[in-house]
Design a protein around this ligand. Sequence first.
Ligand code: ADP
Ligand code: MG
Length: 574
Amino acid sequence: MSDASVAHSGEDRELTDGFHLVIDALKLNGVKTIYNVPGIPITDLGRMAQAAGIRVISFRHEQHAGNAAAIAGYLTKQPGICLTVSAPGFLNGLTALANATTNCFPMILISGSSEREIVDLQQGDYEEMDQLAIAKPLCKAAFRILHAADIGIGIARAIRAAVSGRPGGVYLDLPAKLFSQVMDAEQGAKSLVKVIDAAPAQIPAAASIKRALDVLKSAQRPLVILGKGAAYAQVDASIREFIETSGVPFLQMSMAKGLLPDTHPQSAGAARSTVLKESDVVMLIGARLNWLLSHGKGKTWGDAPKKFIQIDIEPKEMDSNVEIVAPVVGDIGSCVTAFLQGMGTNWPKPPAAWMDMVAAKRDENIAKMAPRLMNNKSPMDFHGALGVLRSVIKDHPDMILVNEGANTLDLARGVIDMYQPRKRLDVGTWGVMGIGMGFSIAAAIETGKPVLAVEGDSAFGFSGMEVETICRYNLPICIVVFNNNGIYRGTDVNTNGTDPATTVFVKDSRYDLMMQAFGGVGVTATSPSELLTAVKAAIESGQPTLINAVIDPSSGTESGRIGNLNPQSVVKKK
Ligand code: ADP
Ligand code: MG
């Protein structure tokens, strides 16, 4: 309804508009925080949302706002909201939207866009781009709202699409004109939709539960693998009960670490290669058999024949890489509850020979690693620095650990034990760099807990400017930059010219000064003991802190643990 028609009605009716309807719809559905970068046409939307009591966190670049929204979704099971400007801002946010979808994180990218009529005729509008078409293949669902009266239903659709079934990213296109469209306030209020039971329970079929338990019972060398889907489900106590009732050794995928403490007696984390090779029945709970698990085949999995049980909310995930003999489709909470009922109280424990073998291998590997973690070398190697951070998380198990890099990621994942669910946030399914500051900021805001971000110097560079955001909102985030002067390592030399090698950075950079530039605390640490002192001070003060941790430039390997994924040239150099 236009302004005019309201005026002609002669009544003194209250009006609302697109801006207010968007905000009211988000509030009605419990949205508390928006992660955004202001600009045309959504600057006022951010201002008005803030005025209406939604927390609006403004970033320096949309990719990081998007990553923040995505991880907020993972941590809370509510879609995280990212708000961007049209075309370039939208494209910057899109990387995060695609990454969220790949990782099964629920988020909604709301982007302002230019005028449909002009965009569709390609007449050259300000920031012209057919954003809906571009977003569609990169997310779970994409919608555009053209009429103010459809805002309620549009936002409801976006929320439901993001969190129901397998969670993922949703794109919501809001053309500039929508915001100033006016309608009768009472009708507007009526048009809003509060989404009821946005992620309904998906109950597994009884026969699938029985089939899975029969396979599990038949195992001589069973293994459970917990993935980030299991952590996302927030049914931590039932999962623990299931693991302990079954008595089966378990592996936790990177972001599932801490779902049960890594120090749990059934944890096979330190015997990973042994259990993958030797197991005969593998039960996957919210973990995909993708590249991170070598697709369930090949050398990693050894010669012992395997039977796979898989629990997932997404039916299409079954048989994606190898045959799944016992598929269980449902939400993890409902599935685990059904397993516990089916198992009763006298479930037989796995054979002692298997348990002993796993425990012996684990203890051997832990003992081998221990002295390397205690070295106090200066400059530090990765193990010396990580040994210290491991003790920090042990003393502060409720801190959130954000981790990205190559060596910094692979080694930290193995070294730093986690004790509580959803405390480890990292590069996820794509192994993507650039999540560091976005994840850290949202983790601090959504949980109120202190954050320790362990960052390779290269990884940090992707989102480093957001230290200003961290200082602006005064967040309790301690960033440790593992500075080895480059990507993978800082010792490469270009022998064919005067340019530096492609993988090196400015030597002895002072990342700590970046934090000082915005009023935070910046420290350089050259030894594990200095690092420990600096991290402790950061936790104590709660101040934004960046520790430039000087790592020996020669420590580190090409691509960390996944160097084998680099293609090799077969052409000989002349
Ligand atoms: P990881 O990287 O830790 O191995 P993945 O991201 O590969 O984990 O797998 C997570 C899986 O969990 C996805 O296949 C997804 O469909 C599934 N999932 C997510 N949430 C739930 C849920 N609530 N119930 C069941 N499965 C879920
Ligand atoms: Mg480096």
